[in-house]
Design a protein around this ligand. Sequence first.
Ligand SMILES: [Zn+2]
Length: 300
Amino acid sequence: MTRYTVGIDVGGTKIAAGLVTGAGELLARHAIPTPRTTAADLLDAMAYAARTVAAGRPFDAVGVGTGGVVDTATGTVTSATDLLPADWASCAVGARLAERLGVPVTVDNDANALAAGELDGTPGGTVLYAAIGTGIGGAVAVDGRLRHGRHHTAGGIGHHPVGTAGTRRCSCGRRGHLEAVASGPAIADAYRAGERDLRVVVAAADAGDGRAAAVIADAAGQLGRVLAGAANLLDPDRVVVGGGVAQLGARLFDPLNAAFTAELMAPIAGLTVEPARLGPDASVLGAAALAGDPSYRRVS
Ligand SMILES: [Zn+2]
């Protein structure tokens, strides 16, 4: 009998659930708005999304990628963004969702889930992954395994100090961090104060607005320098950039790689930053991949 896994991505705007086969094929997808009231409401919505996407087909495991910092040993969120319910930070997501669905649940933060999808089925080695979207998250895999660190913040490249962030605040409350320079809303705001939609900047750049193109290239350059510093530190086999902003293609990756290459130590000079191979469904596929990763503890 076919065994299915449900992958659930919990974002500030929506909960996306996907039904995934053992071969990593996405069969169905369902998204609903994220309740911002209480953790219990959010868990109910996740359970509803999982049952809806499964549509009666049996699933034997659930993987969850959520915003915030996650203690993967217990499946508990230890700190979260203010886009999610206030009691999401400290919520035992794994145990409480397992109780609702009757199957084991694996939980990690959304950047690690994206990286898990990217690594699924590929050989080991050291991989540095950065997800560029509304915020900037990241992940580090060593010997093919995601590493979480002592306090589960490993890979938090969005909070790398870059020193040129002007007065823009990072989501962590500090200033001068990469996320405040190179996330989608940060690029939009650099183009026009108060703007948050990156599509406005891309449309302007496509229409020949040189300043719009320069603003994107500048953010890409900052990202490239930070990734090069991390690459010099880790000597990785691969450096991968995913997330919504990665969909910009050459407009992002050309200046990013130029800045990246310029900062690399000589022995790793051949390394380039590659775009993530999974497209728009990366978050649910990655969440499902967590459930099949033997290095994770399943909570039931
Ligand atoms: Zn920060």
